[in-house]
Design a protein. Sequence first.
Length: 174
Amino acid sequence: MTDPAHIFREEALRSREAQPSPARTQRPEPPRWIAAAYWALLALMAAGLAAGLLIRVGNVAQGPAVIRDGAVEAVVPAAFASDLHPGLPLALKLPGRAPVTVVLTATGPEVANANAASTLLRAKVSGPGPLLLIKAAAPQRAEPGATGTASVHLGDRPLIVALATGLASGTGDG
């Protein structure tokens, strides 16, 4: 290749060498708040991740219940069908009485919607989606026809898992 000294005038070469090149210019120092904000953001992300792993969220199937024929009949979202099985503890809350724990004796059948569940329980049921009928032995001294709320605790999981599951399914109910 040809030597640049032969192609360009010497005056142009000296002028070029006297000017600082863009690669050699020093960048201005960023403001201090940027560095502080960066470390604060990293600390917040670490705290959020730690909280997501350490905070546990309960997975509870809950719905309206009625005492009839010596049994507790309740409906819960059908999404819990695979997790519910006989032998699980069922917490029954009746108005004006302390919560009572009984044992789940049967699950099924699945009910199409809240209207069908209302007909089956002969009590007002609301809520979207298919529901699942569950049964348990009624507690002693329970009044037939009494209505309340049945809850079955199905375990717990880290908050981050619950959020990720809810996002993946497109709903917030896991």
